[in-house]
Design a protein around this ligand. Structure first.
Ligand SMILES: Cc1ncc(COP(=O)(O)O)c(C=O)c1O
Length: 338
């Protein structure tokens, strides 16, 4: 029994999800003729109260298409300094959009309206044109931290006053919705575009969606083709997404409980330093004294438990639907003996 806590991207489709995929009606989605993709896009857009959606292979692609559609070469994008779009997408903002980033020093991956206000460039030929603010909820490198809705509203206000677009990297937005008791429509009202992933906490093998207005998604569909992301009988994958939206959202509370239980066990150990506050399904903590982060992971591997060292002193564990209560119990027993 391997317990894989390296990421919630390691989930494998359940028999019921595979069955839904197997039975999916399909067509050529580049021609707009895949009924399952069309259904997934319509269902997701309706959930968020947004006009349209676009199914893509990855969250990196939905983020990068969103940024491309909101910017012109030479523009500047405001985001937190640990944003996925900035540090984990291969320099995609520069590569795909020819834009640069103003990276802000936020609180566990979250920036606020005052910081955004200060970061907007004046209308001056020496300066890049600020055109987009990109936020992340939950914030991966912030240990799964969640924004407050009031912070989003305050940032939106600044964006409206300064004619900036507002994008959300919602790779793990589902976790935030469950943890905070929020609804997708509250997000649809705020953001110009939202990227949501189906292949993380929701457990599908592939897939993300970009949400926005009709015209924006029309433009995004063109960019998806240019990026090589036009898929053909993608309905088999979309069916997994429909299944996940119907069955795998509410259960995320269980993953959050597991993350809290793991953090509780870690907190008792003198070789564990600071643990980032646990808000959802990610536990990021410092390892000190008897172990480096790498050695800590190697020690757990001996008990078939996999986790990730994300710096010489920091380890990350992510709970998900393939991590059972029994696995968490075993992990806690192992930590207790260390
Ligand atoms: C916050 C965040 N955004 C975007 C992505 C990109 O998703 P993908 O791996 O599907 O490209 C990830 C992946 O882990 C992520 O954590």
């Amino acid at each position: 029994m391997i317990t894989d806590l390296r990421s919630d991207t390691f989930t494998k489709p359940s028999p019921a999800m595979l069955e839904a995929m197997f039975k999916a009606p399909v067509g050529d989605d580049v021609f707009g003729e895949d009924p399952s993709v069309n259904k997934l896009e319509a269902v997701a857009a309706a959930m968020f109260g947004m006009e349209a959606a676009l199914f893509c292979p990855s969250g990196t692609m939905t983020n990068q298409i969103g940024i491309k559609c909101h910017t012109q070469p030479g523009d500047e994008v405001i985001c937190d300094k640990v944003s996925h779009v900035y540090i984990y997408e291969g320099g995609g903002i520069a590569f795909n959009s020819g834009s640069q980033v103003k990276a802000l020093d936020g609180d566990r991956g979250r920036i606020n309206a005052e910081q955004v206000m200060e970061a907007i460039n004046p209308d001056d030929v020496h300066k890049a044109r600020t055109s987009l603010v990109s936020l992340e909820n939950t914030a991966n490198r912030g240990g799964g931290s969640c924004y407050e809705l009031t912070d989003f509203h305050n940032i939106k206000e600044i964006c409206l006053q300064n004619k900036l677009k507002l994008h959300l990297d919602g790779a793990r937005l589902w976790n935030a919705l469950v943890a905070k008791g929020e609804s997708p429509k509250q997000y649809g009202e705020i953001f110009d575009s939202i990227s949501i992933c189906l292949s993380k906490g929701l457990g599908t093998p592939v897939g993300s969606l970009l949400l926005g207005k009709f015209d924006f998604i029309k433009k995004a569909r063109r960019v998806r083709k240019v990026f090589g992301g036009g898929m053909r009988q993608a309905g088999y994958l979309a069916a997994a997404g429909i299944y996940a939206l119907e069955n795998n959202i509410n259960r995320l509370a269980e993953d959050h409980l597991h993350a809290h239980q793991i953090a509780g066990a870690l907190a008792k150990k003198d070789f564990i330093g600071k643990i980032m506050p646990v808000e959802t399904n990610i536990v990021i903590f410092e390892v000190k004294g008897s172990y480096t982060a790498k050695e800590f992971c190697e020690r757990l591997r001996l008990d078939d438990i996999l986790c990730l060292s994300i710096s010489p002193t920091q380890v990350r564990m992510v709970t998900h639907l393939d991590v059972t209560g029994a696995m968490v119990k075993k992990l806690i027993e192992v930590i207790d003996t260390m």
